[in-house]
Structures are given as structure tokens and as C-alpha cells.
Design a protein around this ligand. Structure first.
Ligand SMILES: NC(=O)c1ccc[n+]([C@@H]2O[C@H](COP(=O)([O-])OP(=O)(O)OC[C@H]3O[C@@H](n4cnc5c(N)ncnc54)[C@H](OP(=O)(O)O)[C@@H]3O)[C@@H](O)[C@H]2O)c1
Length: 268
């Protein structure tokens, strides 16, 4: 039985995804706005509960609250009188370390997960970091649950987990930013915004598919396939390189990693 604490957007998508792949997994759901817990429970044939102490028989607790709410939740869990010692905590809270979760809840078995929003359509990327106290069998079970709604990448250090999160977790925002720049350019060519967005969506979707289907090829060789010497596309590629797209990406992501470190200091 998995007890879900905080049935917001991400937790609901994950629970729905797990239920789709493993319909035998049972869920209890808890959320301050009770309708959210009820709606999620109804979708996965689970049971919505009104108070945290009703989660005492769940061996695993999936925490879907925002990091800022974790201290409040930890106090509520301890007050609820649940024996947490042997529970397995799965946290999707950004910037809260395994050690902080162990310390604040008095647990030893912890998994950190960092999904991204395409998980809403079963196409997410999830990073997973397990604490050493978990058995290999449990680690595999949890990885499989997340594979039901995302591609899973197990990471072996917290530092790398937080760094990679700035790409895979935050990444949809950067993809939309890049897409927005194409849409704006198309608009300057006189294309209506909605049409432009459709064009760019198709461009990203089709290019992603080609990347996946040609996973053995380097990205440079894929660029080579779309460009020819003296042609049109290579002119734009040259300008992107001259204006150091890669450097801009590196600066942006270093800044995100720094901010993640600041938040870790604040929350842990
Ligand atoms: N959004 C992303 O792209 C993304 C990606 C990866 C990971 N995450 C992580 O996923 C987590 C949830 O994000 P989200 O976007 O799903 O947020 P969200 O939709 O706001 O969900 C948070 C939920 O937590 C509930 N909650 C608040 N205080 C609580 C408490 N004391 N006990 C139990 N539940 C409580 C809220 O209920 P009420 O509505 O009733 O207040 C809400 O349903 C965050 O920790 C975030 O770091 C997000």
C-alpha cells in the first residue's frame, strides 16, 4: 500500500501512471483540500483518507508537497503518531536531501524522485536516487513503477541528482523558451500565432522522434544530415555557434545549479 501525501499535479500524474502499469498497487490518498484526494482516489480505485494517522498501514509514503511545506508536514506526521521508523519515504520535493528527510522524519529508507511535467502524458523523464538502506529488490520495484510513466535514470549521488535536475526537471521550460523564439520569428514572417505554435510543436515532436530513432548517431551527424555546404540551414547553424548558444546554455544552467544549492541550504 502506498500512502500519497499531497495530491497535487505531479503526485497525481505519478500515481495515475503507476496505476496504469501496476493496477494491483493499492493507494491511500491524503490532501488538505479533500476533493483532490477524493478525485485521485477515484481514478486509481484507491481510498481517500481525512487525516494523516489513517495512513499508518501504508508501508510506503509518497510525498508530493512543495519543499516549503515539508517542515510543516514533518511536524504533522510526527504529531499524527504514526510509527515512521520502518516506512519507505518516496519524495519528489526539489532541493530536499535524503539526509534531511531521514533526520526530520526519523526514517532510514528514502527514495528521491525528480519527474518532469511530460509525465502527465506518460512521457516523462524521472531521476531516481535511493538511500543505501533499501534492498535491491525494493529499488527495482520503485524504478519499475516510475518506468510505467517515464524514462527512468538512476543517479548515484545527491550532487549529480540536483545538477541533472536543472536539465531534465526544469528542461521543459527551456524547450518552450526556444520554441517561443521560433514562434515569434514565424509571426514576424506573417504567420498567425496559433499556426506558428502548431508548426513549432510539429517541428519539436518530429525532431525528437528522429533523435530517438537514430539514438546511435551523434547530434553533430544529425545536424550534418539537415545541412549542406553553402546551403541555407548551415548559415543559421553558424550564427548560433558564433553567438555561443552552448555558452548561453552553460551560463543558464550554472545559475540554476547555484539557485538549487541556495534552496538546499534553506530547506535542509
Ligand atoms: N512542477 C514540476 O515541474 C515538478 C517537477 C518535479 C518535481 N516537482 C515537485 O513536486 C512537488 C509538487 O509539485 P506540484 O507542481 O505537483 O505542486 P502542487 O500541484 O501545488 O501540489 C502540492 C500539493 O501538496 C498539498 N499540500 C500542501 N500542504 C500539505 C500538507 N501539509 N500535507 C499534505 N499535503 C499538502 C497541496 O494541497 P492544497 O492544494 O490543498 O494546498 C497540493 O495538492 C514539489 O515538491 C515539486 O518540487 C515538481
Amino acid at each position: 500500500m502506498i500512502g500519497v501525501i499531497g495530491c497535487g499535479n505531479m503526485a497525481s500524474a505519478i500515481v495515475f501512471g503507476i496505476h496504469g502499469g501496476y493496477s494491483d498497487v493499492k493507494f491511500q490518498t491524503y490532501n488538505p483540500t479533500k476533493s483532490k484526494a477524493k478525485d485521485l482516489a477515484a481514478k486509481v480505485k484507491g481510498e481517500a483518507v481525512d487525516s494523516l494517522d489513517e495512513l499508518k498501514s501504508a508501508q510506503t509514503l509518497l510525498i508530493g508537497v512543495k519543499p516549503q511545506k515539508f517542515d510543516e508536514l514533518a511536524a504533522q506526521l510526527l504529531e499524527a503518531g504514526i510509527d515512521l521508523k520502518d516506512k519507505h519515504i518516496i519524495s519528489m520535493m526539489a532541493s530536499i536531501s535524503i539526509d534531511a528527510i531521514k533526520r526530520k522524519l526519523g526514517v532510514s529508507k528514502v527514495t528521491r524522485v525528480m519527474p518532469n511535467t511530460p509525465i502527465f502524458y506518460g512521457k516523462g523523464v524521472s531521476l531516481i536516487l535511493h538511500s543505501d538502506e533499501l534492498s535491491d529488490e525494493t529499488k527495482e520495484t520503485i524504478n519499475n513503477y516510475f518506468k510505467a510513466c517515464s524514462e527512468v535514470f538512476e543517479i548515484d549521488s545527491e550532487k549529480t541528482f540536483d545538477e541533472v535536475t536543472t536539465v531534465t526537471g526544469s528542461g521543459p521550460a527551456y524547450v518552450y523558451l526556444f520554441a517561443e523564439s521560433f514562434v515569434n520569428k514565424l509571426k514576424s514572417f506573417g504567420i498567425e500565432e496559433k499556426v506558428a505554435q502548431k508548426m513549432v510543436t510539429g517541428l519539436f515532436e518530429g525532431s525528437s522522434l528522429l533523435m530517438r530513432e537514430n539514438a546511435e548517431d551523434s547530434l553533430q551527424s544529425m545536424i550534418d544530415k539537415v545541412t549542406s555546404k553553402g546551403g541555407v540551414t548551415i548559415e543559421a547553424v553558424k550564427k548560433y555557434r558564433e553567438h555561443e548558444l552552448e555558452k548561453i546554455t552553460s551560463i543558464a544552467l550554472d545559475s540554476a545549479v547555484n539557485r538549487s544549492g541556495e534552496l538546499s541550504n534553506e530547506f535542509n
